[in-house]
Design a protein around this ligand. Structure first.
Ligand code: F6R
Length: 606
């Protein structure tokens, strides 16, 4: 979603830093961009609709300055137009803003009465006018920001420049903001990758904190405007990891990163045997049931987790979409562990769900990729998936790593509850240890995935069917496909088709059937026959063992099999194939795979 970058320094570098910073933020998703460059009292604002390259065209003759702020906007209040793009300037104040001001209409009405007028439809311009108004009254910048913070409702982070000095000002509520620490130059950004090419040292601004940043000083103030000291962190991932290397798209690179991601994840635990694994995990013994909360693919990872935990560890698991969870009745108690899954760690709905659970005083565990993100910091316990920087909007390696960590959790609980014997679990652990190298065999099936994609890319509708855990995989396969290929797709529990959906199947409709659970394969095969009889073209994703059983049955038009491994890790193998198929379908259609239309990487609005 929206991204912030700010620079104060030397050698008239601001244009270069801001444009590059914005490019580094592109992965978050945006539909317009802009910068403000300040030279003494002169502030030049340049904005453009669409991609950063449109902005770059316009700033060719931009002024060279030592201070500036920039922004990528993902439209919420008002369309993606140049006028609505940030920065906004009102009077002596210029701002960029991430988040949402909930009470902006109320404030706007008051300001209109006081003679302010507005060019854009945005809540951000209203906040800017409010800062200007209060600054005129207070004549003190910090006191102004504190007052503004009190008046605004919602979630936000601001980078601000005032006309009368050469400093950056920052204010943070719920949206993340960091200060990058350089030598005779400093930065502001909504996340570290934005500034990683300039510095990997950063200070994290917490909720209701303020900062004044000049080229040589960083001063931070708490909610009472007391000056505070904060530690300088070092971002561990290299810039290389955040780059595409030789891959055509980040999505393909990130699928290829899966072996490394699994290796890094597993390194955190002792996998020699289940007792050692249990000791290297947070204690899970007291819980009688689990709630899993997430959005999109994180929610789908939760559904796989539910299947595995219920099957192997025999405790009930309730999986909820975060935006629903927060507004409904929850039946949790002190014996419930709520697991919040989020790659970014900043998803607004998941964060709100976490806070809801914490208000009740029940235990929370974050399964998070981004270190020090809001959900990671606010959860009682956190397990990092260590997938490394994920740039492509469509998640791949992070989803797979979320599934892997849920699998480990299932095994630990199964051991605690003695629902599986230690030998069985230790054998599964052996397969898990081999996962980083075994998953490469799936990644190497790219030619097969391409062939399947070739059969699919002209379709208008594609159905995914499966039962049990395979149905959960269908949901992720379908989401991945539609988000990047723009082909309408639905996932169905295979047995449910005949209760309505089968009327949509006609000659040549592609149906992707996932069948990995041999205990119910017979049932799914019957459902495949039902669609086949109505003209569907069936792509079967299955295990070698199951395929052998049905080889002669002529019920599929194409197939791809996964390696024969412990059933508990089947989903990870299938997921990689589904990601590759979606990727090659979108590639065949020549689409902007890493930045699909309308989508954002980090969804920081409700
Ligand atoms: C789909 C996708 C999204 C995210 C969802 C949650 O490919 O990436 O559905 O999974 O927006 O994001 P996080 O995990 O950052 O909370």
């Amino acid at each position: 979603m929206c991204g912030i970058i700010g620079y104060v320094g030397k050698d008239k570098k601001s244009l270069h830093v801001l444009i590059n910073g914005l490019k580094n933020l592109e992965y978050r998703g945006y539909d317009s961009a802009g910068i403000a460059l300040k030279d003494n009292k002169k502030i030049k604002i340049i904005k453009a609709k669409g991609k950063i390259k449109n902005l770059e065209e316009k700033v060719k003759n931009g002024i060279e300055t030592n201070i500036g702020i920039g922004h990528t906007r993902w439209a919420t209040h008002g369309k993606a137009t140049e006028i609505n793009a940030h920065p906004h300037r009102v009077g002596s104040v210029t701002i960029v803003h991430n988040g949402i001001i909930e009470n902006y209409i109320e404030i706007k009405n008051k300001l209109l009465k006081e003679g302010y007028s507005f060019n854009s439809e945005t809540d951000s311009e209203v906040a800017c006018a409010l800062i200007d108004k209060i600054y005129k009254e207070e004549q003190d910048k910090l006191k102004t920001l504190k007052k503004v913070n009190k008046e605004l409702k919602g979630s936000y982070a601001f980078a601000i420049i005032f006309e009368d000095d050469n400093k950056l000002y920052a204010m943070r509520k719920d949206s993340p903001l960091i200060i990058g620490v350089g030598k005779n130059e400093n930065y502001l950004a909504s996340d570290v990758p934005a500034i990683l090419e300039f510095t990997n040292k950063y200070i994290l601004l917490d909720k209701n904190e303020y900062a004044i940043v000049s080229k040589t000083n960083i001063n931070i103030y708490d909610s009472k405007l007391q000056k505070i000291e904060k530690s300088i962190n070092t971002y561990e991932a290299t810039r290389e990891q955040a780059m595409k290397n030789d891959y055509e798209h980040f999505m393909l690179k990130e699928i290829n990163d899966e072996p490394l991601a699994f290796e890094e994840l597993l390194k955190q635990f002792n996998l020699n045997n289940i007792d050692e694994l249990t000791n290297s995990m947070p204690s899970l013994e007291k819980y009688e049931n689990i709630d899993i909360v997430g959005c999109g693919s994180a929610y789908h990872a939760g559904l796989i987790g539910k299947s595995i935990i219920e099957k192997y560890a025999d405790i009930p698991v309730n999986v909820e979409i975060a935006s629903e969870y927060r507004y409904k009745k929850n039946f949790n108690n002190e014996k419930t562990l709520t697991i919040l899954i989020s790659q970014s760690g900043e998803t607004a709905d998941t964060l709100a769900a976490l806070r809801k659970v914490k208000e009740k005083g029940y235990d929370t565990l974050g399964i998070i990729n981004t270190v020090d993100s809001s959900i990671a910091r606010e959860s009682d316990n956190v397990l990092y998936i260590k997938a490394g920087c994920e740039i492509s909007v469509a998640t791949t390696k992070a989803y797979s790593a979320q599934v892997l960590i849920l699998t480990l959790i299932a095994l630990v609980i199964a051991n605690n509850k003695k629902t599986l014997n230690k030998n069985e679990i230790n054998n599964i652990l052996k397969d898990i240890k081999m996962l980083p190298s075994n998953i490469k065999t799936e990644i190497n099936k790219q030619e097969q995935c391409k062939e399947i994609a070739n059969k699919l890319y002209k379709a208008k509708d594609i159905f995914f069917i499966g039962r049990g855990i395979d149905y959960a995989l269908c949901m992720e396969g379908s989401l991945k496909l539609k988000e990047i290929s723009y082909i309408h797709s639905e996932s169905y529990a295979a047995g449910e088709l005949k209760h309505g959906t089968i009327s949509l199947i006609e000659e040549q409709t592609p149906v992707i059937a996932i069948v990995t659970d041999s205990s119910i394969s017979e049932k799914t095969m019957s459902n495949i026959k039902e669609v086949k009889a109505r003209g569907a073209k069936v792509v079967l994703i299955t295990t070698n063992k199951i395929l052998n059983k049905y080889k002669e049955s002529h019920i599929y038009d194409a197939f791809i099999t996964i390696e024969d491994i412990s059933p508990v890790i089947h989903p990870l193998h299938v997921a990689t194939l589904l990601q590759l198929i979606a990727y090659y379908v979108a590639k065949e259609k020549g689409l902007d795979i890493d930045k699909p239309r309308n989508l954002a990487k980090s969804v920081t609005v409700e």
